[in-house]
Design a protein around this ligand. Structure first.
Ligand code: HSE
Length: 437
């Protein structure tokens, strides 16, 4: 059989890792596949480096369209990132009848629906295991391993940079700023870390896996994004004292009213496996009707882990290259004519439990006023403690609520903040029990 001919776009960390993986593991892969894989062409801005990495058997260019339009390329592996050049390259490759393997979560979150439509017209595969949680085969699990289930919810730690920062803040009592600096020194966070710390990266990934779980188009524009930059060490400490950890979670849940799709810091009980995921590691917990809860853990970034996912996709493409479309796994796990436009719930309509921290005068009756406001909205209190006396006259009250609608907690917070004896804005962090069923 002819070897599968790969055209590589982008020779950064992941591109370089992919070439190295193929050099190291070619025999093992051929033993599985019964067919050789060769990188016929590669394009990158740094020709010298690309030649050094790929060797002399690969045609090198600094023009991505030399790869995209080449007749000797069966699959284009897009590892450029972003949504400008990468989008043009992917769309043109599809029009040229080439299969796509990409690690580009932003591209798929923002343009995936249109890209999959184009791919169907041209009868090519678009594979994207590396786009979510790096090396963890979560796309494979959702599209294939769990295909017999109704998936009910997913909760994941899907941004390693944020998880590293939160781990540092908890373990060493660091401030957010110091923990971020440490992440930058270690090369986990970019010079401009916005994308990671404000929840965008996690939102891209969550939107993709939510679509796969529930059989909808990708709905990134409606995903709620809240990052970790406003978190205070104090709340991480209080949460810990109460038996909780704070994690940046991507949460998606199907409810009778619609789908919840949200990224935000979340208190979770320390006994949950997700609570024990530290540093840059990722983990995704999936709740489904037949299997119950399953957990997928591993490296969410880095050359080797991400290349592992890229190569697994290339292997799948090789196996199914000549198969009819009906033999392939649908792009978004469900047949494209069966995708459902289920509405994404506005945040006011989601259901969650809440952690509230209120600074108030330490006087008789204050606690009662706060409890009355919550009771008026039918919000039940799970725990309530007075913490950290700020000075002789004021104190901090930490309240954990049972689950309620977000609209009701927001109304209550507005009323609590309006109390004359409440001294500063109320801190609110969402809380999830993540109960395995
Ligand atoms: N920057 C991401 C993270 C990895 O910190 O998890 C790539 O999506």
């Amino acid at each position: 059989m002819q070897p599968l001919r790969i055209g590589l776009l982008g020779i950064g960390t992941v591109g370089g890792g992919t070439v190295k993986l193929l050099q190291n593991n070619a025999d093992e892969i051929t033993r599985r596949l019964g067919r050789e894989l060769i990188i016929t062409r590669a394009a990158s801005r740094n020709i010298e480096r690309t030649r050094e990495i790929c060797g002399h058997n690969t045609l090198i260019s600094d023009d991505i369209f030399d790869v995209v339009n080449a007749p000797d390329v069966d699959v284009v592996v897009e590892l450029i990132g972003g949504t400008t050049v990468a989008k043009d390259a992917v769309v043109q490759s599809i029009k040229n009848g080439k299969h796509i393997v990409t690690a580009n979560k932003k591209l798929l979150a923002e343009y995936g629906n249109e890209i999959f439509q184009q791919a169907a017209v041209h009868n090519v595969m678009v594979m994207y295991e590396a786009a979510v949680a790096g090396g963890i085969p979560i796309i494979k699990a959702l599209r294939e391993g769990l295909a017999a289930n109704h998936i009910e919810s997913i909760a994941g730690i899907i941004n390693g940079t944020s998880n590293f920062i939160l781990s540092e803040m908890r373990a060493n009592g660091s401030t957010f700023t110091d923990a971020l600096k440490q992440a930058q020194i270690l090369g986990y966070a970019e010079a401009d870390p916005t994308f990671d710390i404000e929840g965008h990266d996690a939102g891209h990934k969550l939107s993709i896996i939510s679509a796969l779980a529930f059989g909808t188009p990708i709905n990134f524009s409606q995903c709620y994004l809240e990052g970790i930059s406003h978190l205070e060490s104090l709340d991480i400490c209080y949460a810990e004292e109460l038996g909780y950890r704070i994690k940046l979670l991507g949460i998606t849940r199907k409810t009778p009213e619609g789908i919840e799709l949200r990224v935000h810091p979340t208190l979770i009980p320390e006994s949950r496996l997700l609570a024990k995921v530290e540093g840059v590691m990722n983990a995704v917990s999936v709740q489904a009707d037949m299997i119950g809860q399953t957990l997928y853990y591993g490296a969410g970034a880095g050359a080797g882990p991400t290349a592992s996912a890229v190569m697994a996709d290339i292997i799948d493409v090789t196996r199914l290259q000549n198969a009819e479309a009906s033999y392939r796994v649908p792009y978004l796990a469900f047949q494209s004519n069966s995708l459902q436009n289920i509405s994404i719930l506005p945040m006011d309509e989601i259901t969650s439990s809440y952690y509230l921290r209120v600074s108030a005068c330490d006087e008789p009756g204050v606690l009662g006023e706060i409890a009355n406001i919550l009771a008026a909205e039918n919000i039940s209190i799970e725990a309530l403690i007075q913490k950290g006396i700020i000075n002789k006259e004021s104190a901090e009250i930490v309240i954990l609520t049972h689950s309620t609608k977000e609209r009701l907690i927001k109304q209550s917070i507005a009323r609590i903040q309006a109390l004359p004896r409440v001294l500063s804005p109320v801190t609110m962090i969402r809380m999830e029990s993540l109960h395995p069923r």
